[in-house]
Design a protein around this ligand. Structure first.
Ligand code: SF4
Length: 361
């Protein structure tokens, strides 16, 4: 989005007119410092538009992981959330990685690694032939327990290439549904969060597994009990509202929305899939995109000839980064904002991330 001019952001009320001079100053300073320090500044699609505008690369978590690994720079200021900065460090630990705000976390990533290990033991006790597939929205200790990572853009593709019939899918219960659907596996809904009772869970899933066998499905997806606070809060009424207002609008949802919304939408995809879809369908002039608002703002700025409905929501974690803390981080390289991972954990996490990259490309 580096082509976005300041006056367009002001005109669209994305930044107040009173802040325009400060934003212009910060952009100049950030560009100068990036050059001087040979710093790389990647930004996730959900970051504020004034951050995306000054970033070196904007994309989804998979694109950012690959790009950040391959780029030759002295340091990285990662404009995203903590698990992404951790992933960047995991793949290239020789280079300092900074996160502009330590509040930039993620509701999905808060998974207890011990609980994952217990669930793996439970599945082994049932005699299941399974692999553990972990969404990149996790911290390194959970990635290190996994056979492979995935993102929303490649989860079904990776699942289809794995050898085992069953998948323990951690942590997004809704993306687990999409993986099951696209790879002909039975979706096994998650147990209650933090109340895992092996006996109760077993009684709940066994009839579903038998039904899957009866239908001749490939295997099962055991969903973890995590959810994204942005996408999980979206409702069928959000879609119904759009359909009532404009039946011609194409309704696109992210794979992290609840299963019933995935069934009701016209398309289900990742953020990079949404960007591609809009670019590859010039004839689709009206679109309703159910994901975090940062992406919808980006699409609006890049496609002024199209009309976007915005049943989107804000991620408080993504919005913890702003231009001021990006600038301070680049200028001062504060030790407390430097993201690292213990080496004993990093190597296992790196293997799972590398496997994702190999399977997805
Ligand atoms: S939008 Fe959801 S998945 Fe993405 S960082 Fe925010 S809470 Fe995490």
């Amino acid at each position: 989005m580096s082509f976005v001019a300041l006056d367009r952001l002001v005109k669209k009320q994305l930044i107040p007119e009173t802040s325009a001079a400060r934003v212009a100053f910060l952009w100049d300073e950030i560009r100068r410092l990036k050059k001087e320090k040979r710093a790389f500044l990647p930004a996730h699609n959900y970051q504020l538009p004034e951050i995306q505008a000054v970033a070196d690369f904007v994309g989804d978590s998979f694109e950012l992981a690959v790009k950040s690994r391959d780029i030759d720079s002295r340091l990285v200021v990662f404009c995203g959330v903590r698990f992404m900065a951790e992933g960047c460090y995991t793949l290239a630990p020789e280079r300092p990685v900074y996160l502009p705000s330590l509040q930039a976390l993620c509701s999905l990533a808060e998974v207890d690694a011990d609980e994952v290990a217990e669930r793996q033991d439970f599945l082994r006790s049932l005699g299941r032939n399974f692999v553990t597939m972990t969404y990149v929205n996790t911290y390194a200790d959970v990635k290190a327990l996994s056979d492979t990572c995935c993102t929303s853009s490649n989860a079904p593709k990776i699942a289809a290439r794995l050898g085992a019939p069953d998948i323990l899918f951690v942590p997004d219960q809704n993306l687990a549904y999409q993986v099951a659907l696209q790879t002909r596996r039975m979706y096994l809904p998650p147990p209650d969060p933090h109340q895992f009772s092996p006996q109760e869970y077993k009684e709940r899933i066994e009839p579903l597994m038998r039904e899957g066998e009866r239908q001749g499905l490939v295997g099962n997806v055991f969903a973890w009990e995590g959810a994204c606070h942005v996408h999980h809060a979206m409702t069928l009424e959000d879609i119904a509202h759009i359909r009532r207002d404009d039946p011609e609008a194409v309704v696109i949802v992210h794979g992290e929305v609840r299963p019933e919304l995935q069934e009701e939408a016209d398309e289900v995809m990742s953020t990079s899939g949404m960007v591609r879809y809009v670019a590859e369908h010039p004839e689709k002039k009206k679109l309703a995109i159910l994901t975090e608002c940062g992406l919808v703002v980006r699409l609006e700025l890049e496609n002024p000839e199209k009309q976007f409905y915005k049943p989107c929501r804000l991620c408080r974690y993504m919005k913890a980064n702003d231009l001021e803390n990006v600038y301070e981080t680049l200028r001062d390289e504060p030790a407390e904002r430097r993201i690292t991972v213990p080496e004993s954990v990093r190597t296992g996490a790196a293997l799972a991330m590398q496997r994702m990259i190999e399977l997805a490309t």
